[in-house]
Design a binder for this molecule. Structure first.
Ligand code: SF4
Length: 241
């Protein structure tokens, strides 16, 4: 019988004791979750690809008092509309610092060659997307990340909690908002949503790997369609953030 203290690195506290338990119900407002996150992890950071979810989260985070960096990875394959959306957001939220990682990357810059996305999209995402963000996070070492994923984006995201433990704590304040709620918020606040969104690109990634979504499909069904891939590796799978 008896009990023993769980093993762990010397000096490390169990994750559960690092912060007060999150006082959330299944319907807690995103703004309240973000305020809790900023109180609990003042040095958190926010990577974003400026999709509908990301733009809504950005607006809410600014309202909640976030004044940190917003990190965007330039893969070299973004649609011009995506880069323009980033620029409109940067103009709208001067209190935030917009950081473009891998700035100026070009499709044939020698990093991965021009067509690795076709032959090995996992390797292409690993080099162009995951590696630059990992390097940035290693340097900044934030205790937590604000993340815009929601459960209704894809079957694989159906169980996302508000607070996700992992290599880094991820706070997902929009986990329970569906697409209609996000669109209503964006319209009510006249947010600069990527214009491709309204053309059916419900989740916009790189142009070689994104198509418009057909009626009835998941929001992310247009990402890597036909390539046997559903995530870039930032948020799911081995080596995720
Ligand atoms: Fe490469 Fe496509 Fe991944 Fe963009 S989404 S990094 S083009 S594989």
């Amino acid at each position: 019988g008896g009990w023993r203290v769980a093993d762990g690195p010397a000096g490390a506290e169990p994750a559960a004791s690092r912060q007060p338990p999150a006082p959330f119900s299944p319907t807690t407002e995103p703004l309240e979750i973000i305020r809790w996150a900023l109180d609990t992890y003042p040095d958190l950071l926010m990577p974003s690809a400026f999709n509908l979810n990301g733009v809504v989260l950005l607006d809410l985070a600014a309202q909640a008092g976030y004044r940190g960096e917003v990190a965007f990875v330039d893969t070299g394959f973004h649609f011009p509309e995506t880069l323009a959306t980033r620029d409109r957001l940067a103009a709208r939220y001067p209190q935030l610092t917009f950081v473009t990682l891998n700035a100026g990357a070009h499709p044939d810059d020698g990093q991965t060659g021009p067509t690795l996305y076709a032959s090995d999209p996992d390797a292409c995402c690993a080099a162009r997307k995951v590696a630059p963000l990992q390097a940035y996070l290693r340097q900044k070492a934030p205790p937590a990340l604000l993340n815009a994923r929601s459960r209704d984006q894809a079957a694989t995201r159906a169980d996302i909690p508000f607070v996700e433990e992992g290599a880094r704590v991820k706070i997902n304040p929009l986990a329970h908002w569906n697409r209609q709620e996000l669109e209503a918020y964006a319209r009510a606040h006249e947010l600069p949503v990527n214009p491709l969104y309204w053309d059916g690109f419900l989740s916009v990634g790189c142009w070689p790997c994104t198509r418009a979504v057909r009626p009835g499909e998941d929001a992310r069904a247009g990402r890597w369609a036909g390539k046997g891939k559903t995530e870039c590796g930032l948020w799911a799978g081995e080596g995720r953030l």
